[in-house]
Design a protein around this ligand. Structure first.
Ligand code: ADP
Ligand code: MG
Length: 742
């Protein structure tokens, strides 16, 4: 079975050569129960390790079943150990976190057996070594004698022809030792059992052969009994561990030591958050850079706002508005874009209180009122202002009693006090930024829209060969819509008689033109009537005021056709500014020109932002590298305790590749669980259960793609850690690793 011819083994350490044993000749056969004795340092263990293929030899020839082995490489010896040798060690080399059953099973599934096929066999063997009551007990809870019996069971389960045991009784009390030796001798009936001991008495009565060693040499080799050779030449086939068993073992290893699991899990959870945090900071920095700046043209420069108009500069139709509203990311449309940027002051009778802001439809009021109530009449408004506004926070009651007027001055420099506004509700906003907001009803908006349309249009009147601007100092030429004026006609002030040569304005024509960036139009109206102080009310329904004098009243429909022709420019507000690009795309496809507010912003100072963001990026990169190493070292410390486990795997016949795969799977599973918990936390953030600022910020800047990328990063990190660790662990031969352990 085994034959040594002048075999020598040397150790090289630190440049010194030491002899393990030298020129040993031996021939060992099936059925023998070989006992090797000798004082400490005589070379017993070395010989045993060479015989069992755990260690190499330097000189001579070793034959296994007649086959010479000097050409064997690491893999050949792996194969040999797996097929032929079962090892039993002084310190048991069991997996303490596994049960008795799992320890025995391990030897079998590592050799490609199926979980179901081996169950009966394992239970039989456990019974044979007398541990039936402990099948599901963790090995860490067993006594030394019991442990050694598990080790024997494990060696038996492999069904190898050779079993070697190095001081199997060294750590046992004499009673347990006796039992173990007896057990070993029983199994030697159909095997070759080689045991090393320095306690000859314990084994003498069972031994069939006695070998005494001294100083690396065989002193004595006595055959005590002739073995009853039962040469069963069943050649067993060995396969690699099945894929499903790889995952089973990987899973078992991931969870069977709770403290280890929790630690590695915590590391991966930490990595998930840290990498996600880093990633989202990148996104945030890039995003903030893109919106940095301020606009000289627009009052509302929210990054959620897109100004649109049509490429042919025609009015936007109701259907088109409906289509825009149907776009996913669109939250609302401010149809009258002019009003969005139409900022106006309002003040009370005595000009004591003064607020400056823009007018918004009260329907868009979403926040809760800080004080007061919602408007009920057309002249009631809700004021939104900063909580730091002194008057708002101190004089609120007073303010709500006052009349307010829009500071819309006419040509005479007077403001229109005919329509007093009441502030009935107030919203106090946090912080200082932004102008005030006035939430008003449709009626006021309508009036403002006219004003805005006027100021957006350049309206001129051609009268008697002379042009008059409607907003210029001559109040007689302000174009004003009126219901009482028939189409195509105009009622003008009697003052206009003086502008004609004949002294009579009635019957004359006025060509009114309105130019804006969207249209150039004109209409001709015939002066039908002139008015004065006494008949204005009669003609138009408008009260005569000194300051009101001088308007050209035209038919309302005519007016709308010329000046208020429809909505040419609107603002689309999106829900999520980060998805702005795709919304822009959709709008462009519908044929709109688009101007996102972020592009209207002045980029002055952008260079500074760039420098800051570069520094940020650099620091984040440093952080991520540091993170990897911190994680790696923590996990390495945790895994160090696993050295013994992986060494055991290899003495049981697992190759480097398989051992590494098991570690890969173990870390992969824990990393995935860590990531899953991270995802669960993020889900709670999205559903609003968690609203801690850090995680909410994080969630804001992560997209589905970034979650996938993140997961891949985590898995890559787990693989790298596994790779680094196993490279270190499996660099050495099994024996060297084992020695380090012991
Ligand atoms: P035993 O098992 O009989 O006590 P060993 O086989 O362990 O003896 O040791 C035999 C000889 O080899 C001793 O002189 C010992 O010092 C030496 N030796 C054993 N292992 C090593 C090693 N890893 N490196 C160097 N010398 C070793
Ligand atoms: Mg020894």
């Amino acid at each position: 079975m085994l034959k040594l011819k002048n075999v020598s083994k040397f150790y090289y350490s630190k440049g010194v050569i030491a002899s393990g044993f030298s020129k040993v000749n031996l021939e060992l056969d099936m059925g023998e129960f070989v006992v090797i004795t000798g004082e400490s340092g005589s070379g017993k263990s070395t010989l045993l390790n060479v015989l069992s293929g755990l260690d190499t030899y330097e000189e001579g020839e070793m034959y296994i079943n007649g086959e010479e082995t000097s050409h064997y490489n690491e893999t050949d010896f792996e194969e040999y150990r797996r097929k032929y040798v079962g090892n039993i060690f002084q310190n048991f080399n069991l997996v303490n976190s596994y049960t008795v059953y799992q320890n025995v099973e391990l030897a079998l599934i590592l050799n490609g057996e199926n979980k179901k096929d081996v169950k009966g066999r394992i239970l039989d063997i456990i019974q044979k070594v007398g541990l039936s009551d402990f099948v599901n007990t963790k090995c860490s809870k067993l006594s030394g004698g019991q442990k050694q019996r598990v080790a024997i069971a494990r060696a038996l389960a492999k069904e190898t022809p050779i079993i070697v045991a190095d001081e199997p009784t060294g750590n046992l009390d004499s009673k347990s030792a006796e039992e173990v030796v007896k057990l070993l001798s029983e199994i030697s009936k159909d095997k070759l059992v080689i045991i090393v001991t320095h306690n000859l008495e314990q084994v003498e009565k069972y031994a069939t052969r006695l070998i005494k060693m001294h100083d690396g040499k065989v002193l004595e080799d006595k055959i005590l009994k002739k073995p009853e050779i039962e040469d069963k030449d069943e050649s067993r086939t060995f396969a690699d561990i099945t894929v499903s068993n790889r995952f089973r073992l990987g899973r078992r290893n991931a969870f069977n030591i709770p403290a280890k699991f929790v630690l590695i899990f915590a590391v991966f959870l930490f990595i998930s958050f840290a990498v996600a945090g880093t990633y989202s900071s990148f996104e945030k920095a890039a995003y903030e850079e893109s919106i940095f700046g301020f606009s000289e043209f627009f009052n509302d420069t929210s990054d959620k706002r897109i100004v649109i108009n049509k490429q042919d500069k025609s009015a936007i139709t109701a259907e088109e508005f409906a289509k825009i509203e149907a776009i996913d990311n669109v939250s609302r449309i401010a149809k009258d874009d002019t009003l969005v940027d139409y900022t106006m002051p309002i003040s009370d009778d005595e000009y004591w209180y003064y607020f400056y802001g823009n007018f918004t439809d009260v329907k868009e009021l979403k926040d809760n009122l800080t004080a007061g109530r919602m408007p009920e009449n057309s002249n009631e408004i809700v004021l939104e202002g900063s909580e730091n506004d002194y008057y708002l926070s101190h004089d609120l009651e007073e303010i709500m009693k006052k009349n307010f007027y829009i500071e819309n001055y006419d040509a005479n420099g007077e403001r229109d006090t005919s329509k007093p506004l009441k502030i009935v509700g107030v919203i106090l906003r946090e912080g200082n930024n932004g102008s005030d907001k006035f939430y008003v009803g449709e009626e006021i908006l309508e009036q403002l829209r006219l004003d805005a349309a006027m100021s957006a249009n350049n309206v001129k009147s051609l009268f008697e060969g002379q042009y008059y601007h409607s907003d210029a100092s001559d109040p007689n030429f302000r174009i004003t819509p009126n219901k009482n004026v028939p189409k195509g006609e105009a009622y003008v002030s009697g003052m206009l008689n003086d502008y004609t040569q004949s002294g009579r304005a009635v019957g004359k024509e006025i060509v009114i033109s309105a130019d804006s960036i969207y249209s150039h139009d004109s209409m001709t109206v015939k002066i039908a009537k002139t008015y004065n102080k006494s008949n204005l009310k009669n003609l138009t329904g408008v009260e005569f005021k000194e300051s009101g004098e001088g308007a050209i009243y035209v038919n309302e429909e005519d007016y709308n056709n010329l000046i208020n022709k429809g909505i040419f420019q609107s603002s689309v507000y999106v829900k999520d500014a980060k998805k702005l690009d795709s919304t822009l795309e959709s709008l462009k496809e519908m044929g709109f020109n688009v101007l996102p507010m972020r592009d209207s912003l002045s980029k002055e100072g952008a260079e500074l932002v760039q420098v800051i963001s570069m520094m940020k990026t650099f620091m984040l990169a440093v952080l991520i590298v540091a993170l990897f190493f911190i994680s790696y070292f923590i996990i390495r410390i945790v895994l160090k305790s696993r050295n013994a486990y992986y060494t055991t795997l290899r003495t049981l016949g697992a190759s480097r590749k398989i051992s590494k795969q098991l570690l890969d799977i173990e870390l992969f599973l824990i990393a995935t669980i860590g990531y899953a918990v991270f995802m669960a936390v993020m889900c709670l953030v999205y559903t609003g259960v968690i609203n801690q600022t850090f995680v909410v910020e994080l969630a804001n800047y992560l997209s589905v793609t970034s979650y996938i990328i993140l997961y891949l990063i985590i898995i890559a990190m787990s693989y790298m850690i596994s790779h680094r660790f196993s490279r270190k662990l499996f660099k050495d031969s099994v024996m060297n690793t084992y020695r380090e352990e012991v």
